[in-house]
Design a protein. Structure first.
Length: 295
């Protein structure tokens, strides 16, 4: 998990401590739990921004072994980057900060994370668990942990969402296989992608509008392809992250399908000099006729 949220979370906790009214959810008896260091083996919350947590936690896990085991099952969801505050929300429950009062996540934080992450969980057959029912958490006017991403003017930004379909950078096989792949998809485009930041939990990507070469537009209008692909970059953080592989900029051949109001990328190849098969396929594409076009 990213460490970027740590300092922001500490700042949030300081503000909570300075809040005068404890509210109905704020009283917490020290004798009901004990403070323990967050262990390195608790990957979900280690180095989150504070070093000690309460046991039992807010999910009624009574031993550190149980906490580590249960929290590790959420790591794949964080890897899908479904919401920038998902880690903060989960750690507020799995590893509550060791204060003399109990602080739950705000209901709005739960609802925001659920809205973005529950659809991703559903892709793999997991419903949003009842133990995380957002109605159990306090309203925003009470003492609670609010969304941190809103501190960075994220309210006007579309929250990235991962698609159900995994997307990886493909190895350019033979030119014929690449041509068959282009034929099988609705659209194919050569584009340049730029990474906008390197410090936040969720990476943002921009499409370079001056470097868009349409190979196949399918049901899309050529003029709308740049905006539709930018929408894809905005909402499918996982796919873009996998394609970029940690680089700050790159040129790619991407192809995919049109699904109602969005496009989904199925294949992506890095446009590099050593990918001779890819270069050959693109040159041949101008005169290539897909099987359904023959006859």
């Amino acid at each position: 998990p990213s460490r970027a949220a740590g300092p922001r979370l500490l700042g949030l906790m300081v503000r909570l401590l300075l809040w005068g009214s404890p509210g109905a959810w704020a009283s917490y008896l020290r004798r009901s739990s004990s403070c323990m260091p967050i262990p390195h083996s608790m990957a979900l919350c280690y180095d989150i921004g504070y070093s000690e947590m309460r046991i039992p936690n807010l999910l009624e896990h009574e031993t550190m072994t149980e906490v580590i085991q249960q929290s590790s099952s959420w790591l794949p969801l964080l890897a899908r980057e479904c919401h920038p505050d998902a880690r903060i929300f989960l750690c507020s429950l799995f590893a509550p900060i060791c204060l003399d009062r109990l602080i739950y996540p705000c209901r709005s934080l739960c609802e925001a994370v659920k809205r973005s992450c529950a659809p991703v969980m559903a892709c793999y057959g997991y419903p949003w668990p009842e133990i995380l029912n957002c109605n159990k958490f306090p309203a925003d006017h009470e003492l609670c942990i609010a969304a941190v991403s809103m501190d960075e003017n994220a309210s006007s930004r579309r929250m990235p969402r991962a698609s159900c379909k995994d997307c990886e950078l493909e190895e350019a096989s033979t030119a014929r296989e690449i041509l068959e792949s282009l034929c099988a998809n609705d659209f194919a485009v050569k584009i340049r992608i730029l990474r906008k930041n390197t410090t936040t939990t969720i990476s943002d990507y921009d499409l370079d509008p001056s470097r868009v070469e349409v190979l196949k537009h399918g049901p899309l209008l050529r003029t709308e392809i740049p905006s539709r692909l930018q929408q894809w970059l905005d909402i499918d953080a996982t796919c873009a992250h996998n394609i970029m592989r940690g680089t700050h900029a790159g040129v790619f051949i991407v192809s995919g399908e049109v699904q109602s109001d969005k496009v989904v990328v199925n294949k992506a190849y890095a446009w590099q000099k050593r990918n001779r098969n890819l270069h050959q396929a693109v040159r041949r594409w101008k005169h290539h006729r897909c099987p359904e076009q023959v006859g």
